[in-house]
Design a protein. Structure first.
Length: 300
């Protein structure tokens, strides 16, 4: 009976953090694959949090738990700086119930080199893969082809919502406005590419804070009439645009959204942050449910 009670708490134990990676090495694997700082664990799980930060648990009448925050190695929305080389990532899904489909935002493939029990006979290049709880996949990502300060964003329709790299404004709100698409330094110069690999709609993408210069449109020069400073760029059907931007003169968070305002409402708005996060970045005051503003009559 004691054993039964222990087993019946596995989900709660794993959800509370009792899941980890234990790596075994051998000479063949050491010879073939990146080691040390280039051999990185990614333990992914989903969680739901109460207002006070406590973990919430709801197994939906014993069918499964779906948290609305994805954690990597226990941290929400983590960022990792990489060098221009090949990295090895050991990806473990430690969600209670959620299936994952990892992919790179650039759409580039990754190389799967090992599965749960060790090296594959032949590595496999895939654009994404289906990944259930407890499965482990080891992947290689080649960062040599990416230019520092260059970011790629994809416009996608997902579950009836318009998204940028899969992100929505609902996710930003759920994160208490801390979730950002990118975090350039103050006055940094970067090139951002927005790709819309579908037909049916164009998207007038609008950026707050900055003006930008359109560098190219699907690899060709921009139109002659759009060579001035811009804050809206027409992203046509099956088109990608490259934009040269400098992030200043202010730090803080700023919106990017589609200016087809129906797309914007459902739910094509995200944000970027210039400079480091500070304490005021966390916004818990919901403008819709907050107390009404009052006139300050003392100054009248
Ligand atoms: Cu749009």
């Amino acid at each position: 009976m004691k054993v039964f009670q222990w087993l019946a708490r596995t989900a709660l134990n794993v959800y509370s953090g009792l899941a980890a990676q234990y790596h075994l090495h051998d000479p063949l694997e050491r010879a073939l694959l990146p080691q040390g700082e280039f051999d990185v664990s990614l333990t992914i799980n989903d969680a739901m949090f109460a207002v006070n930060g406590a973990l919430g648990f709801d197994d939906n009448d014993r069918s499964g738990l779906w948290g609305d925050v994805i954690l990597v190695n226990g941290r929400p929305w983590p960022v990792m700086k990489v060098k221009k080389r090949i990295y090895r990532f050991r990806v473990m899904n430690s969600c209670i119930s959620r299936s994952l489909r990892p992919s790179l935002s650039t759409g580039d493939p990754v190389t799967i080199v090992a599965t749960d029990g060790g090296l594959m006979p032949v590595s496999q290049s895939v654009a994404s893969w289906r990944h259930s709880p407890a499965e482990r996949y080891e992947i290689l990502i080649d960062f040599r082809k990416y230019t520092p300060g260059q970011r790629s964003f994809r416009i996608n329709r997902k579950n009836g919502l318009w998204t940028v790299n899969g992100g929505t404004w609902e996710q930003v709100v759920a994160s208490e406005f801390r979730d950002v698409l990118a975090n350039p330094n103050l006055n940094a110069v970067e090139i951002w590419e927005f790709a819309h690999n579908a037909g049916g709609w164009f998207h007038p993408m609008h950026f707050h804070l900055i003006d930008f210069k359109i560098l190219s449109r699907s690899g060709r020069a921009p139109f002659s009439y759009e060579k001035g400073p811009k804050d809206v760029v027409y992203v046509g059907e099956n088109e990608s645009v490259k934009l040269l931007m400098q992030f200043g003169p202010h730090r803080g968070r700023y919106m990017i959204h589609c200016h087809n305002t129906v797309h914007e409402d459902h739910d094509m708005m995200v944000q970027f942050r210039v400079g480091p996060e500070d304490a005021s970045d966390r916004i818990t005051n919901n403008p819709i449910t907050a107390a009404r503003a009052e006139w300050d009559t003392s100054r009248a």
